[in-house]
Design a protein around this ligand. Structure first.
Ligand SMILES: C[S@@+](CC[C@H](N)C(=O)[O-])C[C@H]1O[C@@H](n2cnc3c(N)ncnc32)[C@H](O)[C@@H]1O
Length: 304
């Protein structure tokens, strides 16, 4: 760990030098430097327990601050069909989740206990507001955000590192993590059959044009994959400010034999509905613009 931090400082110095040699605007230079510095820190600090001595020194120096969103901006859309050189495990058995939730690792075995698996997934988690708000509601449940955009994933990862560090000793935020991934391609590589209790689809990309509808994250084929990773009684939560997309998600879920809509009362009383309505960054933007939010939640039915 200490070697990692020394390496990170050394490499930070050499990267600063190389940026001096190229012709870029001051703003770009600042953003690149910020990203590089955060990347090095992320590499050094991620996947460590918060009681680690070296990390404590960094925290005491006040180095672990919340990331600044403006340095992580990137194009709003990422093509879910292109090959992003994403890393994904051969199968869920090949996934080492211990690195993502180090506070839950058993000291004896050095691994996560058998009953500790990701059970809540926020698909297309964006800047991670939902993860942060779900964390205290389900402190013993492992929650994962999956996000396709690199810089956005980096932001969420840096935010979780900072939050864990700022709340060291309390265990807070140790149950949330994020992974870069394309949920439309590799979900069964990450999750076993019937593993998940809840899946969130908050303000998914609307892909307005008809010829782009196939890129929507809810389709018949994808719903069958979601049904595969969800356990019976598990719930899919959807929310959107785009009525057309809401109707699209509803009609596909209504038509699918393995999903049934929650009753109005069930939706009203579900605390996750309250949380997802107000906690995501897109949801907050919709609120600021006085837009509408359309919600539909569906239960995974038993296999017939
Ligand atoms: C409009 S944003 C909503 C973000 C967040 N859920 C919120 O409500 O603030 C949609 C997000 O889904 C991500 N996304 C789109 N397709 C994806 C895919 N196939 N797998 C994972 N993430 C995806 C996008 O990069 C984007 O961050």
């Amino acid at each position: 760990m200490s070697t990692d931090i020394q390496e990170s400082k050394k490499s930070r110095r050499s990267n600063t030098a190389s940026l001096d040699d190229v012709c870029i605007s001051e703003e770009t230079r600042k953003r690149l430097l910020y990203r590089k510095e955060k990347e090095l820190k992320r590499k050094a600090l991620k996947h460590v327990r918060i009681d680690d001595k070296e990390l404590e020194k960094e925290i005491d120096k006040g180095v672990i601050e919340l990331p600044k969103k403006r340095f992580y901006r990137q194009r709003a859309h990422s093509n879910p069909f292109s090959d992003h050189q994403l890393e994904y495990p051969e199968s869920p058995r090949h996934m080492d989740w211990a690195r993502f939730y180090p506070e839950f690792v058993s000291k004896d075995s050095g691994a996560l206990p058998n009953d500790k698996r990701v059970e809540i997934a926020d698909i297309g988690c964006g800047f991670g507001g939902l993860l942060v708000d779900l964390s205290p509601e389900f402190p013993e449940t492992l929650i994962l955000g999956m996000e396709i955009r690199v810089q956005v994933t980096n932001y969420v990862e840096d935010k979780i590192i900072a939050l864990r560090a700022q709340h060291k000793g309390t265990g807070k935020y140790s149950n949330i993590s994020v992974i870069r991934g394309n949920a439309m391609k590799f979900l069964p590589n990450f999750f076993e059959k019937s593993q998940l209790k809840k899946m969130f689809f908050c303000f998914p990309d609307p892909h307005f044009k008809q010829r782009k509808h196939k890129a929507r994250i809810i389709t018949n084929t994808l719903l069958s994959e979601y049904a595969y990773v969800l356990k019976e009684g598990g719930i899919i939560y959807t929310i959107s400010d785009v009525l057309d997309l809401h109707e699209w998600m509803k009609s596909h879920l209504d038509e699918h034999p393995l999903f049934e809509r929650l009753t109005e009362l069930e939706e009203e009383e579900d605390k996750c509905v309250q949380i997802m309505t107000h906690s995501t960054e897109e949801g907050k933007k919709v609120e600021r613009n006085k837009g509408s939010k359309f919600i539909a939640c569906y239960r995974r039915m038993p296999d017939s």
